[in-house]
Ligand binder design. Structure first.
Ligand SMILES: Cc1cc2nc3c(=O)[nH]c(=O)nc-3n(C[C@H](O)[C@H](O)[C@H](O)COP(=O)(O)O)c2cc1C
Length: 194
């Protein structure tokens, strides 16, 4: 079983976050969740049933503000995105929206999740479950960004590919986040390899 850091970004598929969190816990993983500001439009962080993880007993859902807890940084204060990277065996970003995908590819670090990714130890796996409108998925930038991330992670990247269905916007096509069992299978498959 693993320490899974679940990154959640601003796709409609973030509505499934409470279920995905619970299913990862039920599979025996310790889970902490880093949510982007946009993702909070789609799920209620308070709806996550907090189960203590090690010494962290309240902040199961980490928001960008948690990176900046005090008026001023004092030497010795924790640097949250580094602590999270040290803790995590696996970084799972589900859903991974087009914006965050682009930021990962470019190395942009303007929130807690992208800081964790940029500070990631590439010997540990990263799983992305992209979720976006079909034309966003088919846009050349998407393939370009995935190719860049694949090269950067040198074999540590796994993709839970998006599926085809009627999307929230009523378009029909590929772009919906992979079903949760498929995402859980990718996590489980990585642990068998370990
Ligand atoms: C109702 C709504 C639904 C959205 N769904 C998606 C989506 O499924 N995929 C996506 O890539 N962007 C989607 N977006 C756009 C992102 O939320 C937007 O790009 C945001 O800046 C992403 O920020 P983040 O990557 O920091 O979470 C949606 C926006 C809105 C308002």
């Amino acid at each position: 079983m693993a320490n899974v850091l679940l990154g959640v970004t601003g796709s409609v598929a973030a509505i499934y976050t409470p279920e995905l969190y619970r299913e990862l816990r039920n599979a025996g993983h310790a889970v902490q969740l880093v949510a982007t500001k946009s993702s909070l439009y789609f799920f209620d962080a308070a709806a996550i049933e907090a189960t203590p993880v090690g010494s962290r007993n309240k902040e199961i859902v980490i928001l960008d503000d948690d990176e900046w807890p005090n008026a001023h940084y004092q030497r010795g204060d924790p640097v949250l995105h580094i602590d999270l990277r040290r803790w995590a065996d696996v970084l799972l970003i589900a859903p991974c929206d087009a914006n965050t995908l682009a930021k990962l590819a470019l190395g942009i670090t303007d929130n807690c999740l992208t800081c964790v990714y940029r500070a990631w130890d590439a010997t540990r796996p990263v799983i992305l479950a992209p979720a976006m409108n079909t034309l966003m998925w088919e846009h050349p930038a998407t393939a370009r960004h995935l190719a860049q991330i694949t090269a950067d992670l040198r074999g540590s990247l796994r993709i839970a590919p998006p599926i085809s269905k009627t999307l929230a916007c009523d378009d029909i096509g590929v772009g919906a986040m992979a079903e949760r069992p498929a995402i859980l299978n990718v996590v489980a498959g990585l642990l068998q390899v370990k």
